[in-house]
Design a protein around this ligand. Structure first.
Ligand SMILES: O=C(O)CCC(=O)C(=O)O
Ligand SMILES: [Fe+2]
Length: 351
């Protein structure tokens, strides 16, 4: 059977069961109550209110982010300064886009670029390496910053407000990412502008709308299989349908949706820069039997030619770097070769 996207197959009602392509290995399946959020362990929620003009608040926030990065590699963020009205508009145009007929969405279909650049536009979520299971999800992916890398022909003009809304949204998320760079730098004992200066005109961003259709047998597949994010920092909005889980101490912990919050996680490049002090953490997305789920992720990564190695001040008392230097472009190519392989790709450059 050949279908354009998972959403298309589900909406045409031709799927009573999960096709073989999407069935994941038994050991990787979610156990227990699928999508149940009753776990008592909870990801830290950090409130950014007052962080820009109240020194005492800022020190407290810096410390809680530091602790969350050490313990979890993930945290949720409230009062983050991104206008809620803009978030809602972005979500609205994203839903409207996925509600369009397939032919209309396919006007923005993925153009296959060189594999290492990743794909852009509308299509199925990236397939892991040949032979591995496909993810039960579709996506709309754009490279957004610097502005010069945008391929506007892949940005929908239907719904009519789509493009300008995404433009406004990614500008706000960029602002938030710069603020996170400051708070992360301070927590690492570096100058507040250390990461911002290091990446000045040397980073890039992508925005991905993830659409996970309902699934007849959610226990057999995943919306996105376990992986760590390969870049620096990810800012994710998820809708009220749960599904995101993160790995902690050998367990999968659900990230409970909080209205208007962002989920922040650090990626593999931050692990390298901090010489392993902050580790990127594996996560995955489950799907649901009845409801579609949407998330919107904003990924910040170095530009392809930027060399990433442990920051000398963070190498630690014994002065031993634990990761080989690599350019981000090289790293990402190896990530796409391996696909959703947990943290395998990071191990390859560990000393
Ligand atoms: O949809 C989600 O909640 C997670 C998506 C994700 O991890 C990713 O796109 O890297
Ligand atoms: Fe991710």
């Amino acid at each position: 059977m050949s279908v354009a996207t998972v959403q298309e197959a589900v909406e045409n009602g031709i799927l009573a069961s999960v096709p073989a392509d999407y069935i994941i290995l038994e050991q990787d399946r979610a156990r227990g109550n699928h999508g149940d959020d009753s776990s008592s362990t909870e990801l830290p929620v950090i409130d950014l209110a007052g962080v820009k003009d109240d020194g005492k608040r800022r020190r407290a926030v810096v410390e809680s982010i530091r602790q969350a990065c050490l313990d979890w590699g993930f945290f949720q963020l409230v009062n983050h300064g991104v206008p809620v009205s803009l978030m809602k508009r972005m979500q609205q145009v994203a839903w409207e886009f996925f509600d369009l007929p397939l032919e209309e969405k396919q006007r923005y279909s993925v153009k296959t670029e060189s594999q290492s650049l990743g794909t852009q536009g509308y299509g199925s979520k990236f397939k892991s390496k040949e032979g591995a299971a496909s993810n039960w999800g579709d996506q709309l992916r754009h490279r957004t910053l610097p502005v010069s890398i945008r391929q506007y022909e892949l940005w929908p003009t239907n719904p009519p407000a789509y493009r300008e809304t995404e433009e406004e949204y990614v500008e706000e998320l960029d602002r938030l990412t710069r603020l996170l760079f400051e708070l992360l730098s301070e927590g690492l004992g570096l100058h507040p502008m250390y990461l911002s200066d290091f990446f000045h005109e040397r980073d890039q961003q992508q925005m991905v709308v993830n659409y996970y259709p309902p699934c007849p047998q959610p226990e057999l597949t995943m919306g996105i299989q376990k992986h760590s994010d390969f870049g620096l920092v990810t800012v994710l909005w998820q809708d009220s349908t749960s599904g995101l889980q993160i790995s902690k101490d050998g367990n999968w912990i659900p990230v409970k949706p909080i209205q208007d919050a962002f989920v922040i996680n650090i990626g593999d490049q931050m692990e390298i820069l901090t010489n392993g002090k902050y580790q990127s953490v594996e996560h995955r997305g489950l799907v649901n039997r009845l409801k579609p789920r949407m998330s919107i992720a904003n990924f910040t990564s170095p530009l392809d030619n930027v060399l990433i190695a442990p920051i000398p001040d963070l190498v630690g008392e014994f002065q031993i770097p634990r990761y080989n230097e690599t350019t981000f472009g090289t790293y990402r190519s190896s990530f796409f070769d391996k696909g959703c392989a947990g943290k395998e790709h990071l191990k390859a450059i560990k000393l």
